[in-house]
Design a protein around this ligand. Structure first.
Ligand code: FMN
Length: 205
């Protein structure tokens, strides 16, 4: 029995290693598209004072809307500013081509250009950075964002959504990218995606 379980685990690992995260998380999402423009949130800038008296920014990147919803919930609790990180040349609306571009950007360690202007990060004490996990880490536009200004001494709180991967790889990567910032342990919030797929299964989304 144990041997069969071990063989199944080994086969699954081989599939993931060969095909990447698509093989496990993508099938149900092959036809997914990015959320319609109408669902974007307005940025909130110029009122950095958060509810706890610290100057707070919630900055997030989201392709399909899951991370945007989490960012909205977090911002409602923290107060302060809210900013969406957007790539200048947007990703396709279809899932599969987006995964391919995301993979290429990661493999080539690219820093895609962002839509500006970016908020002046000097003014904040705490920056919450949200993103979907892409190929086990944060998408490259997030790296463009955090490297664009000096974040020495800042407290960075990462949060993410994913199709099942953990947030730890991205936190480790952010710590390497920002050795002078205090990158805290991150929070993975996969609830919104699960609500969507459950409603969809039952014809309500
Ligand atoms: C380019 C790309 C790569 C992805 N890579 C992973 C991955 O490595 N692990 C994972 O669990 N999910 C992966 N996903 C799924 C997303 O992390 C997940 O659907 C996330 O909730 C999407 O957030 P968003 O709606 O804010 O874009 C990937 C999705 C895309 C588009």
């Amino acid at each position: 029995m144990k041997r069969i379980a071990l063989i199944i685990v080994l086969i699954l690992l081989a599939v993931v290693a060969f095909k990447g995260p698509d093989s496990l998380i993508g099938l149900a999402k092959m036809s997914r598209t990015a959320s319609p423009e109408g669902q974007t949130l307005p940025n909130v800038l110029g009122q950095p004072m958060g509810k706890n008296g610290k100057k707070v920014l919630v900055a997030y990147f989201s392709w399909g809307g899951n991370t945007r919803e989490v960012a909205k919930l977090i911002h409602e609790k923290t107060g302060g500013d809210l900013f969406e990180i957007k790539k200048e040349e947007p990703y396709p609306r279809e899932y599969k081509p987006t995964t391919e571009i995301g993979k290429k950007e990661r493999e080539q360690n690219l820093r895609p250009k962002l839509t500006g202007p970016l908020p002046d990060l000097k003014q904040y004490d705490v920056i919450l950075v949200g993103y979907p996990i892409w190929w086990y880490i944060e998408p490259m536009p997030v790296k463009t964002f955090v490297e664009a200004q000096d974040l020495s001494g800042k407290i960075i709180l990462p949060f993410a959504t994913s199709g099942g991967s953990g947030i730890e790889g991205s936190v480790e990567d952010l710590r390497k990218t920002l050795p002078k910032a205090q990158v805290k342990d991150g929070l993975l919030v996969n609830m919104t995606g699960r609500i969507d797929s459950w409603l969809k299964e039952n014809g309500l989304n």
